[in-house]
Design a binder for this molecule. Structure first.
Ligand SMILES: C[S@@+](CC[C@H](N)C(=O)[O-])C[C@H]1O[C@@H](n2cnc3c(N)ncnc32)[C@H](O)[C@@H]1O
Length: 251
């Protein structure tokens, strides 16, 4: 994992994401949190980026912490989100427990090996209450195939010239986004993001090796069951030690 990913992109990230409806996304995540059937929920957001989603929901929870690997993403984020931690979700430096942990917008696709995915689950397991929920979305192959062409773009924002080159490798199941930035003083920066596109079956197989089971797996932004052709999937995981070996969806 390149520890510096998103550091440069943070300066244009809100512009790149200007068409994303974070309020709708936040409401969807909030509805999932209702499955806890609990008040005074302690929530942790992993890979929160510049806290656009947190801005819309952090007040709805008793205690909310946003976290991200990139301190520049967090610093460029909303000051209305008070609790922010710069950390890697593969090594969480957190000692308290949460009821609800989530990550959104493909962040889990940055886990490029199955071992890393399992390590992230194990880190989350260690700070999630036994009756808690961990939910995250993943981008699937059909999403890469459908939207790749729209991710090849260029423009200027805040005097920064940028170009994004997006390629999906269907053999290696890897989606690469290369960003070329040119700042006003002529400095040029290149940042490359690599995301692994696992299959539906691979997610179930990996999760079955963890202390979690798949409580629900939805077509993202809906409460309909996902399937192997879904473009984006929302996984809702619960701890196995609560209801051993239950998988209500898929396998
Ligand atoms: C596509 S952005 C999504 C950001 C935010 N969730 C949103 O919806 O705009 C992916 C985010 O994942 C973060 N990230 C990638 N790998 C990470 C890791 N190992 N630990 C924590 N954050 C990570 C990046 O810094 C980046 O902010």
């Amino acid at each position: 994992m390149n520890e510096n990913i998103y550091n440069q992109i943070s300066s244009i990230y809100s512009h790149l994401m200007r068409f994303i409806d974070y309020e709708m996304w936040a409401n969807y995540i909030y509805k999932i949190s209702k499955q806890l059937n609990k008040k005074n929920i302690y929530t942790l957001e992993l890979a929160s980026g510049n806290c656009k989603l947190a801005y819309h929901i952090n007040k709805k929870f008793k205690f909310y912490v946003a976290s991200d690997l990139s301190k520049y993403m967090l610093l460029n984020g909303s000051p209305k989100v008070k609790n922010k931690i710069c950390c890697n979700f593969l090594n969480l430096p957190i000692k308290i427990k949460f009821d609800f942990i989530f990550s959104c917008f493909d962040s889990v696709n940055y886990l490029t090996t199955k071992n890393k995915f399992l390590k992230m689950l194990s880190e989350v397991d260690s700070i999630l209450n036994d009756d808690g929920i961990f939910t995250f979305d993943v981008s699937m192959e059909n999403n890469s195939l459908k939207y790749q062409k729209y991710l090849n773009r260029k423009g200027i924002y805040n005097n920064i010239k940028y170009e994004q080159i997006s390629r999906y490798n269907s053999i290696r199941k890897v989606h690469q986004n290369k960003f070329l930035l040119e700042f006003k003083d002529g400095t040029k920066i290149e940042e490359t993001h690599i995301q692994k596109i696992y299959s539906y079956e691979e997610y179930f197989e990996m999760i079955s090796k963890s202390n979690f089971y798949v409580s629900m797996c939805y077509e993202a932004f809906s409460f309909k069951d996902a399937n192997p052709n879904s473009e984006r999937i929302q996984f809702v995981l619960k701890k196995r030690n609560q209801n051993a070996n239950i998988q209500s969806c898929g396998f």
